[in-house]
Design a protein around this ligand. Structure first.
Ligand SMILES: O=P(O)(O)OC[C@H]1O[C@H](O[C@H]2O[C@H](CO)[C@@H](O)[C@H](O)[C@H]2O)[C@H](O)[C@@H](O)[C@@H]1O
Length: 262
């Protein structure tokens, strides 16, 4: 089993400043996380609310950027499409295990043969413990404890136990009141790197906005390429992002301001 780097070696830097609006959009590639960044966190994955103005805002932004906008999320691409319908944007789904490029091409990692067994074990564990919710995600599985936060350590220990049994090729990914099991050697940073080699992102400077541990590799990719990284949230946890916005409402306003609409 591999534990993800983010769990054991939290990034050291905290360097936060108020983001200025990009002077020029024609050389920008925008990568946006979804939960906790574009939309508020809800008690469970199905209860999120998509603000009515968000979808047309993303559509206008994508057009203005010549299509160089992608959602980079832990959710499945199909789920993202439902959430943002009728808009169908390029997406790195399941933390980069599945990619849909600007031309509609799809790419995905193989489904790990142990994932079905792990999903069943997590479901049994969830049935025995109130407030746990299992979210199967095709190439990954998540177990949520937001409805019973006291179970966080037990959930993490149980996931380690079920994944430990000789399971190469999978990694444990902690998130916001969730522990996920996903394919090894994928992360949002790598996904953004792949997008940046394709049209219409190639040659543009990345700007990554995210709120979670899973977004840190994306921040690293942006920083390494001379781009910008914006962490969403008021907490003081260490981050490699070099700018910040307080909450999804502020993100939406900032994106609207990029278009000169505020
Ligand atoms: O990469 P993201 O777009 O931020 O997705 C991360 C995970 O988001 C969802 O879970 C989180 O949001 C839920 C709804 O607000 C919340 O109830 C949960 O506690 C959060 O962990 C989603 O369900 C996961 O699949 C994503 O990986």
């Amino acid at each position: 089993m591999n534990l993800v780097e983010d769990m054991t070696r939290p990034p050291a830097a905290i360097a936060i400043s108020q983001p200025e609006l990009p002077a020029e959009l024609s050389d920008l590639a925008l990568f946006l996380d979804v939960d906790g960044t574009l939309i508020d966190i809800a008690p469970s994955p199905d209860l999120v609310v998509i603000p009515p103005k968000l979808i047309p805002l993303l559509e206008r932004l994508s057009l203005k950027l010549g299509g160089a906008l992608a959602l980079v999320t832990g959710r499945e691409i199909g789920v993202v499409d439902t959430m943002f319908a009728p808009l169908k944007l390029p997406v790195a789904g399941v933390h980069g295990a599945e990619l849909r490029f600007a031309d509609g091409t799809l790419k995905g990692t193989p489904i790990h043969p142990e994932l079905a067994r792990i999903t069943e074990e997590l479901k049994t564990f969830a049935a025995e413990n109130e407030g746990l919710l299992v979210e199967p995600k095709g190439r990954a599985v998540a177990i949520h404890y937001r409805l019973n936060p006291a179970l966080g350590e037990d959930v993490e220990a149980f996931v380690r136990e079920v994944v430990d049994r000789g399971t190469d090729g999978l990694e444990i990914q902690p998130g916001k009141m969730v522990v996920e099991v996903r394919p090894a050697k994928i992360d949002k940073g790598r996904a953004i790197g792949v997008f940046l080699e394709t049209e219409p992102y190639v040659g543009r400077t990345p700007l990554v906005i995210g709120d979670d541990w899973t977004d840190e590799p994306g921040f690293r990719t942006a920083n390494a390429r001379g781009g910008r990284s914006i962490r969403v949230g008021r907490d003081k946890r260490p981050t490699e992002a070099n700018e910040s916005l307080p909450d999804p409402e502020a993100v939406r306003r900032w994106l609207a301001a990029m278009l000169g609409e505020i």
